[in-house]
Design a binder for this molecule. Structure first.
Ligand SMILES: NC(=O)c1ccc[n+]([C@@H]2O[C@H](COP(=O)([O-])OP(=O)(O)OC[C@H]3O[C@@H](n4cnc5c(N)ncnc54)[C@H](O)[C@@H]3O)[C@@H](O)[C@H]2O)c1
Length: 252
């Protein structure tokens, strides 16, 4: 299929940026949706994408993103629900507003965007939705209660949407990376060092890579390559799956 149109949320940085670049490289028209207008516009200019400033914690912004994409390109084939962020605190100190915002951006927004793109994908009989969960959608770690709850929930939503999409040619999958070298992880390393009272080097070696068989961080491009495959025609039989890209973390 030529001239596919893809929305990538959180496309201004890290994994989303690598996905936007990889989809544009393979010939897709890309819409970058992000809170960060400066970085989003800069990337859009470089790769020939369209930028839509979007706050995914707002229902109206989710709707506007889909409406603007359809108005700009007249079609929509691919949705990558990638935006997310982390907050680390023990449950007793976890800010309640932060819980609400994290659940909204990482669980409710993927539901809303899926709902809003459904009609056009269904009418075409073809669609690809990839939800960026995490290895923390499959296993837990302390101090990340909202993130882990959202990412587990996103896998449940992925399976439900896959069952509803199958007869309409819409596949829905989740991708579950372990630690990827991005700005989100760089700041988390510092936060974990503070919360656990250990050095930055110890966080990487003893906390992040301790359960991994492959002792290195993942690159954003490795995650993007899996997403591009899941968006291909060749992956049409693959749906409802939570794809680990986790350095062997969950092999034991
Ligand atoms: N980096 C990792 O190790 C890792 C591992 C597993 C899963 N993930 C997931 O991958 C996704 C991308 O993470 P990343 O590491 O590239 O992070 P990142 O911080 O580099 O990029 C996240 C992007 O999301 C955007 N964003 C945040 N809140 C938003 C909102 N309310 N509305 C619109 N945009 C918003 C940010 O502006 C940023 O551009 C996240 O969902 C994250 O949970 C990351």
């Amino acid at each position: 299929m030529s001239e596919r149109v893809a929305i990538v949320t959180g496309g201004a940085s890290g994994i989303g940026k690598a996905i936007a670049e990889a989809l544009a490289d393979s010939g897709d028209q890309v819409v970058i949706a992000d809170l960060n207008a400066a970085a989003g516009k800069e990337l859009a200019d470089i790769i020939g994408a369209h930028f839509v400033k979007t706050d995914l914690s707002q229902r109206t912004d989710c709707k506007r993103l889909v409406d603007e994409t359809l108005a700009h390109y007249g079609a929509l084939h691919i949705l990558i629900n990638n935006a997310g962020f982390q907050h680390i605190d023990p449950i007793e100190a976890f800010p309640e507003d932060m819980w609400d915002e994290m659940l909204h951006v990482m669980l409710t927004a993927p539901f809303l965007l899926t709902k809003y793109v459904w009609r056009t994908m269904k009418a075409r009989g073809w669609g690809r939705i990839v939800n960026m969960s995490s290895i923390h959608g499959r296993v837990a770690s302390p101090f990340k209660s909202a993130y882990i709850t959202a990412k587990h929930g996103l896998i449940g939503f992925t399976r439900t949407a896959a069952l509803e999409g199958g007869e309409h040619g819409i596949t829905v999958n989740a991708v579950c990376p372990a630690y990827v070298r991005t700005p989100l992880v760089e700041s988390q390393i510092a936060d974990q060092a503070r919360t656990r009272g250990i050095s930055i080097e110890a966080v990487v070696e003893k906390v992040m890579l301790e359960p991994a068989a492959v002792k290195r961080l993942i690159t954003p491009e490795e995650v993007a390559a899996l997403v591009v495959y899941l968006c291909s025609d060749a992956a049409g039989a693959i749906t409802g799956v939570d794809w680990a890209i986790d350095l062997g973390w969950t092999a034991r």
